[in-house]
Design a protein around this ligand. Sequence first.
Ligand code: PHE
Length: 454
Amino acid sequence: MAQRAHWKSKAGFILAAAGSAVGLGNIWKFPYETGENGGGIFVIVYLLCVLLVGLPVMTAEILLGRAAQCSPVGAMRKLAGRRSGWVIFGWLGVASSFLILSYYSVVAGWSLHYTWLAAKGGINGLGTEATKAIYMELFGNPWLNVGWHFVFMAMTMAVVAAGVSRGVERWSIILMPALFIMLGGLLIRAMTLDGFGPAMDFVFGFHAEDFGRRGVLEALGQAFFSLSLGMGAILTYGSYLKKEDDIMSAAVTISALDTVIAIAAAMVLFPIIFSHGMEPAAGPGLVFITIPVAISQLPAGSFLMMIFFALLVVAALTSAISMLEVATSYFVDERSWPRTKATLVAGGAITLVGIPSALSGSVWFFGSSMVSVIGMNWFDALGYLTNNFMLPLGGLGIALFTAWRLNDAIRHDHFLSGTKLGVFYRAWLFLLKFVVPVAIVFVFLDSIGMLRAN
Ligand code: PHE
């Protein structure tokens, strides 16, 4: 057996895990969900979800990975027993990483396309209708979708193939600071806009009338997705840690970075939108329609636009890397394949599985025929299946396993080693045993309810 790869530095692990967490979920989804659910009150409920559900599950994932020194399937086999039913949760993680990356890469491909258009100045100064037409045209064009999806998957595979420290860690150390700088720059620019005051009131003020039961559920689902929980990505990254590293403070740092970046993204988007008298609750089209229209009215708009979409690409890339790492590490750990072969096979398969998503706006079979049968196209159906069912189920399995089944000595030892936060052990276990499962089951039941409503 080859020796297991490890992170070179603690900062490398934190940046890689934060890179996994910070993604399209922060920049694209969090702001529009905030917009649709009453602003400040949604933000507070989201913070509670991160603290009471996300943080305990993240700590559990890192702990399982570090204790087993193995990716999800192997980790469950090692910690629960080879024939144990818990191993299903390992498989679920691999399946989720496959399916999520297959459509995530398509949206990342759109970001590449927009970065390219912005660099050419091609989306600058168009009105709402023309910008909408660009989006619709892209969505309906099979070649552009498949082409950019291939390019993005190739970039992701190149990083993962290079290895844990020479690929994932090294690129995280380069890309994450670049992301902070781009976002920081846009934030400073946003602060000088007229819309900044109203935007702050919107993001931090209470607008209880726009908040309902749906807001709570969206906040919890978003916390899960945004922190990359429930599919073994953080578990896999945790498996490259050595025993001395402090798990709890790493989980706190990663969750805090992810949350700060989501809020910063909202503080960039809303001032831009408000400064142009546009609607905050623009839904998924916020980033690809509203933002280009609004940014291009600013001085140096095409430059800012390019920065914005490059930011989106970088955020998506570091997340995609973590998803591909889950599938790759399965072949490396369980089948002893060389990393290059594992990356090519896993990445190649995901690229193929992503083609129907890339064709959802253009090919009848994956688009309108599916819409007429199940009410959504292939792309939306995968998002719906993974976010509402697979991730919560995976998170539930990880929480229940860690709290109720994992050997007490292993759990206690690993939590305590290297940390000053040992006093939180009991609180963590309590959250994991009761609060997390109840919250997840709640979301689950709602998903099923939504299915009926559709
Ligand atoms: N957390 C990422 C985002 O916010 C998405 C992701 C989910 C990444 C699950 C890895 C695993 O975009």
